[in-house]
Design a protein around this ligand. Structure first.
Ligand SMILES: Cc1ncc(C[n+]2csc(CCOP(=O)(O)OP(=O)(O)O)c2C)c(N)n1
Length: 328
């Protein structure tokens, strides 16, 4: 095995790859299911952004919390959302994470600390603060991660949340997945700061801009932030640079993205790059990695079959878990 400085431990590399392989396979299958008309849902592809939650999740425990956004199926899967529960929810069936009432933009799975998926830009952050505050009060040692996009760093909730997290030294990590576009608006067109990380200084918070497509850099930054939060030393802002390979939502033709920018990003796809590095460094063989990829394809087949065979919710389910039954 080739030892290289600044490389994370081989077992962590493999752990991150396993998660990335799941995310990539799931994204490809999701797009295929919608494009072939087998499933109807709004779908926000995260293809190209797999390194970020795979590396962050490798630095977290099952008990830690995450809050994410409509594009966050990768964040949820990377931290342990079971495929069957996911696909039943995507298909609107009773076996889904929210009994079919949430759909792709409202996934939760508290058993693995997956607390909220939200469609309201910026709203993952105040919720994350609330969870982190409860951990601080309980002294339970949990860390909360708030995922959001670069566009969300221009929303008031971002600024309010960073301020309060810093004032109260909350065990929270703000992970901005800077995929360089907010819907159809390029980062530099809609953002006054050159870098989202520059905004950390206004809130007296350690802040870094990282190559979010490099698992080594991403894991190291996440681990440092997790250790800091767990030690009671407060929040961190991580700006993870990446790129989304597809339009904002499935069906968007992404004509607003300069062709050269898109082609260059896809040519630098972090998935085959990391895969090749693992083989080159002797961390795993081609056969090992192919077996991981096949495993996820088989799991996806089983999850989709399970989801499509799961019943639709009864009409009474419409109000269940939505309104309080009785007010004492
Ligand atoms: C409060 C609010 N304002 C506007 C919208 C409409 N909207 C949906 S996604 C989006 C872009 C957000 O971009 P970014 O935060 O960079 O995340 P990305 O989609 O790139 O992952 C906007 C403006 C919304 N959902 N919520």
């Amino acid at each position: 095995m080739t030892e290289r400085p600044n490389r994370i431990a081989p077992e962590v590399q493999l752990d991150i790859f396993r998660r990335m392989a799941l995310l990539k396979a799931n994204d490809e299958r999701s797009r295929k299911m919608v494009r072939t008309g087998r499933l109807v849902m709004p779908y926000y592809s995260y293809r190209g952004q797999e390194v970020i939650p795979s590396s962050v999740s490798a630095a977290l425990t099952d008990d830690d919390f995450i809050c994410t956004i409509y594009r966050g199926i990768h964040d949820m899967l990377a931290k342990g959302l079971p495929l069957k529960d996911l696909w039943a929810e995507l298909a609107g069936r009773v076996d889904g994470t929210c009994k079919g009432k949430g759909g792709p933009m409202h996934l939760t799975y508290p058993k693995k600390g997956l607390m909220v998926t939200t469609g309201i830009v910026g709203s993952s952050m105040p919720i994350a603060n609330g969870l982190a505050w409860s951990s601080q009060l309980e002294g339970d040692g949990r860390v909360t991660v708030a995922y959001f996009g670069d566009g969300a760093s221009n929303i008031g909730a971002f600024h309010e949340s960073l301020n309060l997290a810093s004032v109260w030294q909350l065990p929270v990590i703000f992970v901005c997945q800077n995929n360089q576009f907010a819907e159809h608006t390029a980062f530099e067109v809609g953002t006054s700061a050159k870098r989202v990380a520059d905004r950390g200084v206004a809130y007296s918070m350690p802040a870094v801009r990282i190559d979010g497509n490099d698992p080594h850099a991403m894991y190291a930054a996440a681990k440092e932030a997790v250790d800091r939060a767990r030690a009671g030393k407060g929040p961190t802002l991580i700006e993870a640079m990446t790129f989304r390979f597809h339009g904002h939502i499935l069906g968007d033709d992404d004509a607003y993205i300069p062709r050269e920018q898109k082609e260059a990003a896809i040519a630098a796809d972090p998935y085959p790059r990391f895969r090749a590095q693992l083989i080159e460094d002797g961390v795993a063989s081609e056969a090992d990695l192919a077996a991981i990829e096949q495993h996820w394809e088989d799991e996806l087949d089983a999850a989709i079959e399970f989801a499509l065979a799961s019943p639709w919710p009864e009409i009474v389910e419409l109000k269940r878990d939505v309104y309080q039954e009785e007010i004492a």
